[in-house]
Design a binder for this molecule. Sequence first.
Ligand code: M6R
Length: 366
Amino acid sequence: EKGGFDHFMLKEIYEQPRSIADCMRGRLDVKSGRLVLGGLRDYMKKFQNAHRIIITACGTSWHAGLVAEYLFEEFARIPVEVEYASEFRYRNPVINERDFVIAISQSGETADTLAAIELAKSKGATIFGVCNVVGSSIARATHAGSYTHAGPEIGVASTKAFTAQISVLSMMALMLGYQRGTLPEGQFIQFLHELETVPAKVEKALALNSQVEEIAKQFKDVRNFLYLGRGYNFPVALEGALKLKEISYIHAEGYPAAEMKHGPIALIDEEMPVVFIATRDSSYEKVVSNIQEVKARKGKIIAVVTEGDTMVKKMADHTIEIPSSHEAFVPLISVIPLQLLSYHIAVMRGCNVDQPRNLAKSVTVE
Ligand code: M6R
């Protein structure tokens, strides 16, 4: 059942080239330049004319929502808010029929997300679900939705569901931008091509496994970890930190790299490993200066960089080179080594990777 892997988590990490491709199959047709999400068809007008997009979710799904905030605002120029379902539902939020709410959930059973949906629905908003489990409570409670088609995810730590969620949200953002005219046809087509190349790039990132395992050996006994990224890689930093803490029980925090100097920088000394997601994108130079700041304080730097990088390589203690991609789709690739890093550290610490203590796969109580 684990397909020759020691744990479901590793199997699911390795499934990602296929699960991302499955998610795009029948939806993305590069040859004809078409992108179709069946679930969106009847609600496309509402989506296009929305005054605001509100994304609600918990945990890793909330991180996918943060990536979507960047995607939707960049491609479609509609303001986006990303809300923890547990906060949203109890806040008496301002919401009405011109809002388009997207609820993201792997299990489709998360109690807080379900309650947030019911609340938004009662205020007249349109609710769209991005779920993995077919026929789940959230899938049924929403007006429409698109499944992520990642297949069953058994490991409590979400991996392939996360990349499938981002794949669906990327397609939604591209469709929306194209329909609204904020994303010109030429660029739209280019992005379709780019998206189609993602599974092969994820495959290449998986080939870094033994290198990541070596890095894991050196850091398995530390007590803290920091994860820093900017732009599209900021949510990836949060996700990397969440993966590590939930399965290895090492305290880890993710931050937007520039926020470091507003507090976390005080933590840095020669004992502190800092994972930077420093791919070649619009915030690269800025991240490089953040790396310098950590280096000056003797922090240990593990950097995820774009293939062929030289600048960060000179500064970092360890670099992991991933294939280059348009920055909008980098999270799908840059998260892979972070999933692997947390996996190996947890295994080396003797933790129960698939069923970490105190956690449940679906959180059906608030
Ligand atoms: O099933 P959901 O996507 O609604 O679950 C949300 C969170 O409980 C979930 O992502 C949790 O954070 C994972 N254990 C993270 O790996």
